[in-house]
Design a protein around this ligand. Structure first.
Ligand code: COA
Length: 328
């Protein structure tokens, strides 16, 4: 056990998208060839999505996660050998086991760090970041790699136009280090398992076969209503926990599921839209990867600066949700 420093700070980020970018028009043409009707207009008006990146068949979550992790380590100027904790959030792990975190560890050449996956669907990254912060503040880790990575295209029913147009693949990662200066200021996580039915992929591998339904299923309207309700409450709670006001938040990065959810939420919270980082148009919903992807984009294009306050919010299957307030 190492000596505890009082805070955990994000000191670097990285992200990675598979090379194949598929526009709404291309997706609509592909679906039309199978007599499934959709359009750029329907998708964009309902969700704000213009395109998504899709991994080629056979490309696994660990491959995307490793690339994002390498970029985050380089950005933080941390060698992989310094990392003593790897937490990877995903709902599309490479295997039943070992965990995808262990596969990334091996790819990075790290030996000895604790490594495990977190399963909280689209809230996975805020769950993983909160867990890493708790390890660091308890003195059980000094340098953590926190990753959100998905090949969500592998669990989509490409005959269901109500869901297959909404998601994409990708990975994002941050390096979190013990620090004498404040970094992660407050966090809160929640779940309501009684709502499992509104968003699930209720299948499993058992007795040598897939049992249940291997595809994602969603009651879109129920998810929409639930998401805006819980995220509104959670944002207020996490900011109050830090003794701050919502008006002091510099950047708001909610899970990138749907621009209508994001704008509705920002209005409820009276956060100006200029402060909302929006990548859902470019990436679609990449589940656990969406928040670190958006964070990395906004750091690299110069919007998010050191010292600024960033509010991260996840929401998704479980039903799960949570918020983390970060001083960069
Ligand atoms: C999914 C979502 C965009 C659907 O929008 P909606 O306005 O609720 O649409 P509905 O599901 O009621 O469907 C309306 C119509 O569009 C049709 N439709 C569904 N998907 C379509 C598509 N891709 N293209 C064209 N039409 C489509 C439906 O069949 C339905 O047709 P009908 O009226 O003839 O039956 C919306 O509910 C949503 O954004 N929910 C939140 C989802 C989310 O963010 N999930 C992730 C959270 S982690």
């Amino acid at each position: 056990m190492t000596q505890a420093l009082p805070y955990a700070r994000i000191i670097g980020s990285g992200s990675f998208l598979p090379p194949r970018c598929v526009s709404n028009d291309e997706l609509a043409a592909d679906l039309a060839s199978r007599n499934i009707e959709t359009s750029d207009q329907w998708i964009f008006e309902r969700t704000g999505i213009r395109q998504r990146y899709l991994a080629e068949r056979g490309v696994k979550t660990s491959a995307l996660a490793t690339e994002a992790a390498r970029l985050a380590l380089a950005d933080a100027q941390v060698d992989a050998s310094e990392v003593d904790l790897i937490i990877l959030a995903t709902s599309t792990p490479d295997f039943v086991f070992p965990s995808t975190a262990c596969l990334v560890q091996a790819n990075l050449g790290n030996k000895g760090a604790a490594a495990f996956d977190v399963q909280a669907v689209c809230s996975g990254f805020v769950y993983a970041l909160t867990t890493a912060e708790a390890f660091i503040r308890a003195g059980r880790a000094r340098c953590a790699l926190v990753i959100g990575a998905e090949v969500f295209s592998s669990i989509l029913d490409w005959n269901d136009r109500g869901t297959c147009v909404l998601f994409g693949d990708g990975a994002g990662a941050v390096v979190v280090k013990a620090s004498a200066e404040p970094g992660i200021l407050s966090a809160e996580l929640h779940a309501d398992g009684s709502q499992m039915g509104i968003l699930s992929a209720a299948g499993n591998v058992a007795y040598g076969a897939v049992t249940g339904d291997p595809f994602l299923r969603m009651d879109g309207q129920a998810v929409f209503k639930q998401a805006v309700t819980v995220l509104d409450r959670s944002a207020r709670e996490v900011v109050a926990q830090a003794g701050l006001q919502l008006s002091e938040v510099d950047w708001f990065i909610p899970h990138q599921a749907n621009s209508r959810i994001l704008t509705f939420l920002a209005r409820k919270l009276e956060i100006p839209l200029e402060k909302v980082v929006m990548t859902v148009d470019q990436h679609a919903n990449t589940s656990a990867a969406s928040i670190p992807l958006a964070l990395d984009v906004a750091r690299r294009d110069g919007r998010i600066q050191t010292g600024q306050l960033v509010l991260l919010q996840g929401v998704g299957g479980g039903f799960t949700w949570g918020s983390v307030l970060v001083k960069m």
